[in-house]
Design a protein around this ligand. Structure first.
Ligand SMILES: C[S@@+](CC[C@H](N)C(=O)[O-])C[C@H]1O[C@@H](n2cnc3c(N)ncnc32)[C@H](O)[C@@H]1O
Length: 246
């Protein structure tokens, strides 16, 4: 049963395809070296990054906190060395990987700086670390966070309003159909965006690295835009950090 689910999910993901953003990231990961060891932190189901890099001939490792995801990778991508693991305590020797990457996962980490320090530890000298973060200062995240706080603080008001709206929908149903959602569960916080200045502060203190930040421009065909000193970082809701250990 688990096997069928893994295969179904991996086929669905393949159909969703590899987006321009994913292609840009894969390009950044692969244009420095043609062979080598890569670690995917928070590998998920392994699609698209680890799968594509494995097909390109890299020796791919992955870790994830979720046993379900680790099982999916084991079943669908047998070449990949995958294990249950925590980004804050990577169970690898120092200087083990040529490249370490972490995409679409940092906003679930409880301690991102510790996770970055671990990625820096396990990557070799002259190795590359690439990870993306959600920018907490971008208006989209500011609005979302305010909404979360409002819901948390005014839960009774929220469920009462929802109840009355549903009641009205039921009354007008013979005239017009509106779907009704009766779930009154408290909202689960799905992720925490990052203040880029906290990462910049940490990275600036590390003496043995160089780094660049890219903003993701979802409107352009080439999505990664290098952020220069004259640009406003808060124009971008997603930021990609490219760190080279020297
Ligand atoms: C949205 S998925 C992204 C998966 C994959 N990187 C991708 O781009 O499709 C986030 C993943 O991070 C994993 N995760 C969350 N916290 C983690 C942690 N502290 N250490 C390792 N993995 C973690 C989750 O289990 C989940 O598989």
């Amino acid at each position: 049963m688990k096997n069928i689910y893994s295969k179904f999910w991996s086929r669905t993901r393949k159909q969703l395809g590899v987006k321009q953003y994913d292609k840009d990231l894969i390009h950044e990961l692969s244009n420095r070296l043609k062979k080598g060891k890569m670690l995917d932190v928070g590998i998920g189901d392994g699609f698209p990054y680890s799968k594509v890099l494995d097909e390109m001939g890299y020796e791919v490792y992955g870790i994830d906190l979720s046993p379900t995801h680790v099982n999916m990778v084991t079943e669908t991508l047998p070449n990949i060395n995958v294990a249950i693991g925590d980004s804050e305590y990577l169970e690898f020797k120092d200087n083990f990987f040529d490249v370490v990457f972490c995409f679409r996962s940092t906003w679930y980490f409880t301690n991102l700086i510790k996770s970055i320090s671990e990625m820096l530890r396990v990557v070799k000298d002259e190795g590359l670390i690439l990870f993306d973060v959600q920018n907490i200062n971008h208006p989209i995240h500011v609005k979302f966070l305010k909404e979360q706080v409002r819901r948390k603080n005014h839960y009774i008001y929220e469920i009462t309003t929802k109840f009355f709206k549903n009641f009205i929908k039921l009354i007008i149903r013979p005239i017009r159909f509106y779907s009704i959602d009766w779930s009154f569960n408290k909202h689960i916080i799905v992720g925490t965006p990052t203040d880029p200045s906290s990462i910049n502060q940490y990275l600036s203190k590390e003496y043995n690295i160089n780094y660049k930040i890219y903003g993701v421009n979802w409107d352009h065909s080439s999505t990664l835009e290098e952020i220069t000193t004259t640009m406003d970082v808060n124009h971008f809701d997603r930021l990609v950090y490219k760190v080279i250990k020297i």
